[in-house]
Design a protein around this ligand. Structure first.
Ligand code: ATP
Length: 356
């Protein structure tokens, strides 16, 4: 069953087209991440779902009913903001059950729902504290508690972890994901962090300049990016791109500014101007089965301990190689980089669309 359907949605601010013909269908219970660079329209889309922004055209349906004309409180959605938006003068309990008190729910029900949410979030012993006496992670939990007590059909998250330090962010990612599974609700999560999207979501929507560039499962986007933008956005470190031209035989790719060529194992139109996309983790210092090889000179070696990132130069091009462990290569050395032909992504240089 589809929980959220967004059909040809457009949003104009005064003189600015912020959302362009957005189509997204979200099944009940799924965790959807909206990702894209700053200003692409993620927050605007989330706010239109919440009813905090008016739309210019198109429709939004939640559980089959159009909500486009409904105010936020009638949409059965709850939003968790980046700023947490807690009331500073109310303790945790009153922050959490504010919406229920506003709706004048019976007292025993308010108590029970607050208690249940506090238990779920491990906030039971903090109910009497004011927000200023909480850590960042605890405030984040209270903000989620406020959403949970409302028992909404849909949770909307607007970069909820961006104010937390790196370690807590990683911890809260899995907490939010577990919570999502336990509650069985549908979640839409805005982030500019593609790693967060890849690790949390079942379905990722990649946006750029108000347009949905591609949507699908995390591995779908990683394995089959529809265009150069998505290929460069999904994956960390980012995909390497080198400009190539296909030879008269339609088999080999000559690298611009370098004498070497690549054989991607596909038939191509002769003379096609393309980008070859090579993921850092697909480049190997040791031969791979049926692989092709390129010679390059090591310019820099950076190690995190478990991973080593090597910058290798090939003519005017720089390639990042991600190697699990220590590859034992040094700056200035000539290395041979191997890649399996099926891991060579190709994009048209005019349209930037993927070529299969
Ligand atoms: P970020 O990751 O930086 O938060 P975003 O993808 O969430 O970015 P939005 O906040 O949705 O982006 O903004 C999308 C575009 O709409 C931006 O170019 C922004 O300047 C513009 N915009 C947002 N709100 C308004 C407004 N009230 N009036 C005019 N333009 C606006």
């Amino acid at each position: 069953m589809l929980q959220i359907e967004i059909d040809r949605l457009n949003k104009h601010y005064a003189g600015f087209h912020a959302l362009k013909d957005i189509d997204i269908a979200i099944p009940q219970g799924s965790f959807v991440a909206l990702v894209g660079p700053s200003g692409c329209g993620k927050s605007t889309l989330l706010r239109t779902l919440a009813g905090l922004e008016k739309t210019s055209s198109g429709d939004i349906r939640i559980a089959g009913t159009s909500v486009i004309a409904k105010p936020p409180r009638e949409r059965d959605v709850a939003m968790v903001f980046q700023s947490y938006a807690l009331y500073p003068h109310m303790d945790v309990e009153h922050n959490m059950n504010y919406s229920l008190r506003l709706k004048r729910r019976p007292k025993p029900e308010i108590l029970e729902r607050t208690r249940a949410a506090a238990e779920t979030l491990g906030l039971g012993n903090l109910l009497g504290r004011l927000p200023k006496a909480l850590s960042g992670g605890q405030r984040q939990r209270v903000a989620m508690g406020r959403a949970i007590v409302r028992n909404p059909k849909v949770f909307l998250f607007d970069e909820p972890l961006s104010n937390l330090d790196a370690a807590l962010r990683v911890h809260m990612r899995s907490e939010i994901r577990k919570l999502h599974e336990r509650l069985g609700a549908t979640s839409v999560y805005v982030t500019h962090d593609q790693v967060e999207a890849m690790t949390m979501a079942d379905h990722i929507v990649v946006m750029r300049a108000g347009v949905v560039e591609q949507q699908g499962s995390p591995l779908d986007l990683y394995d089959r990016p529809a265009n150069k933008f998505v290929a460069g956005f999904i994956g960390s470190p980012a995909m390497n791109f080198i400009p190539v031209t296909s030879g008269a035989d339609g088999q080999s790719l000559t690298i611009e500014g370098d004498a070497q060529s690549l054989m991607p194992g596909r038939n191509l139109a002769p003379g096609a101007r393309l980008w070859a996309g090579l993921r850092p983790e697909h480049l190997s210092f040791t031969p791979v089965k049926d692989g092709v090889a390129l010679d390059a000179v090591v310019e820099a070696v950076e190690s995190t301990g478990s991973m080593t990132f090597v910058t290798a130069v090939l003519g005017p091009h720089h390639l990042i190689v991600a190697h699990g462990g220590r590859p034992g290569v040094e700056r200035g050395a000539t290395v041979r980089l191997h890649i399996a032909p099926e891991n060579i992504h190709l994009f048209d240089r005019e349209t930037e669309l993927a070529i299969s």
